[in-house]
Write a protein that binds this ligand. Structure first.
Ligand SMILES: Cc1cc2nc3c(=O)[nH]c(=O)nc-3n(C[C@H](O)[C@H](O)[C@H](O)COP(=O)(O)O)c2cc1C
Ligand code: SF4
Length: 451
């Protein structure tokens, strides 16, 4: 394996990293072939081969749209943000080449609502690229036209799902579509559309410049190229670091994130955004690539954003937070997801309050098996993402969870007695008498009745 040289982040510390490079056109089909040969896999979560996805576009199409997924709502994930804010022209170059290859004349960058800074940087960079002749009509006299538009979401996780994104882009509620048809056949405005992640497209200029073999010289079999890994949670230093695909969480935590904080031990990690599941302490040497990670029972690599939890973290607290997130973010179209995620959240809330029952874990595990694309009961993968952390945690931490239920059940009568005593004490204290609502001086001035 050749020595690794970071490319995606090479301009991050360079002042004026937004300077434009010239790009020499190739035949579109040749570009698709080079990307296919590189075996670049999508960085947005599913790891689908990018060149293959592009080749699904109908040959006789008259119009194509490119939608770039910068929704980045997966908790703990912030690599797209870095790529946009710190090197927008690398990203624009990636879009330019990818649109050229797929014959897309319109490219939408769908940005997470909260990324206002990234949005402003993108708008300025697009204007600069247009000014320099890299966008617009007949670019470099090639006959190829391209316009890039930034579209801000409204803060919904589900709009990261590619068809939810397309619906939202069209001005509708971000409800994922039933597939097929897939976006390559019927996407934005019912036209052939490619949806790719920001990081996926940021890899493309380097593949074209250095070749497919260079790209495949990094990583592990079936998972090639560089990857931005985010590390956060209970570490000394939260980082976003570029490494070849296939590093381990142990390496990320110990060599790049300064180790587990407060001198504590690592208990578990979430490998790629919370929807991928959870890895126990003895699984930290498994490679974080598209294939090996599955050995841990996790759903996949996801966004490769690692959340670290120390040995003082409760598995129930982790699942309570996870299930609350998915119950809130479910779009509600599919009954197993809408009802399942809410039911799971309520169960963890009850367990935390000391009302857990021994049979809860079996019912939770059974429910987790029945919701999602994997068992074929939902329209999109949000439900799989909601189920996986629960499935994994029950399989890996069941004794701890059972002990939590037992211990909190035993505490329940004491807690309830204390709560009653506090409530009685509060009502006996005259300083806790109900507040009297008095008109404010401003209100008195405004109202003719003094109120
Ligand atoms: C609930 C849900 C949320 C998703 N959120 C994102 C996201 O924020 N960003 C992203 O690139 N892909 C996200 N995806 C994956 C996209 O549907 C799609 O596979 C991806 O954008 C394709 O790009 P890629 O092939 O370059 O990875 C999400 C999928 C699901 C099911
Ligand atoms: S699985 Fe959940 S989020 Fe996805 S479409 Fe169905 S209800 Fe909506």
């Amino acid at each position: 394996m050749a020595t690794f040289e970071p490319v995606l982040t090479r301009n991050f510390k360079t002042p004026d990293s937004h300077l434009l490079k010239t790009y020499e056109s190739m035949d579109p089909d040749k570009v698709v072939q080079v990307v296919k040969d590189s075996e670049l896999r999508g960085r947005g979560g599913a790891g689908f081969p990018t060149g293959l996805k592009w080749s699904f576009l109908p040959k006789d199409r008259t119009e194509t749209f490119m939608c770039v997924n910068g929704d980045e709502s997966e908790p703990a994930t912030f690599n797209n943000r870095q790529l946009i804010e710190l090197d927008p022209h690398q990203f624009i170059e990636g879009m330019l080449i990818s649109c050229f290859a797929t014959k897309a004349a319109i490219c939408y960058v769908y940005l997470r609502f909260e990324y206002i800074h990234a949005f402003r940087i993108m708008e300025a960079a697009i204007a600069e690229a247009r000014e320099a002749g890299h966008l617009g009509k007949d670019i470099y006299g090639s006959g190829f036209d391209l316009e890039i538009y930034c579209h801000r979401g409204a803060g919904a996780y589900i709009c990261g799902e590619e068809t939810g994104l397309i619906e939202s882009l069209e001005g509708k509620r971000g409800w994922p579509r039933i597939k097929p048809p897939f976006p390559a056949i019927e996407g934005a405005f019912r036209k052939p559309t490619v949806v790719n992640n920001v990081e996926t497209l940021a890899c493309v200029p380097h593949i074209i410049e250095r070749g497919a073999d260079w790209f495949k010289s990094m990583g592990t079999p079936k998972s090639y190229g560089p990857k931005l890994y985010c590390v956060s949670g209970h570490v000394n230093k939260q980082v976003c670091v570029e490494l070849p695909l296939g590093v381990t969480t142990r390496e990320l935590v110990e060599e790049h994130a300064g180790g587990v904080w407060k001198g504590r031990k690592l208990k578990m990690t979430v490998p790629g955004g919370i929807s991928m599941g959870v890895m126990s302490a003895d699984e930290q040497d498994v490679k974080l690539d598209f294939e090996d990670i599955k050995k841990t029972g996790c759903l996949g690599l996801g966004t490769a954003a690692v959340t670290v939890m120390d040995d003082q973290t409760s598995v129930i607290d982790y699942l309570y937070n996870t299930s609350r997130f998915f119950a809130h973010e479910s779009c509600g179209q599919c009954t197993p997801c809408r009802e399942g995620t809410t039911w799971m959240y309520k169960t963890f809330k009850r367990i935390k309050a000391g009302g857990g029952r021994p049979e809860d874990l079996d019912v939770l595990a059974q429910m987790a098996e029945t919701m999602g694309l994997t068992p074929g009961t939902t329209i999109c993968g949000l439900a799989d993402g909601a189920a996986w952390p629960i499935k994994n945690a029950i399989a890996k931490f069941r004794p701890e969870m059972e002990e939590y239920i037992r211990a909190h059940q035993a505490l329940r009568p004491i807690v309830s007695t204390l709560q009653k005593a506090i409530a009685a004490g509060l009502s006996a204290d005259p300083s806790n008498a109900p507040l009297q609502i008095l008109p404010s001086p401003q209100a008195a001035l405004r109202s003719p009745h003094g109120f």
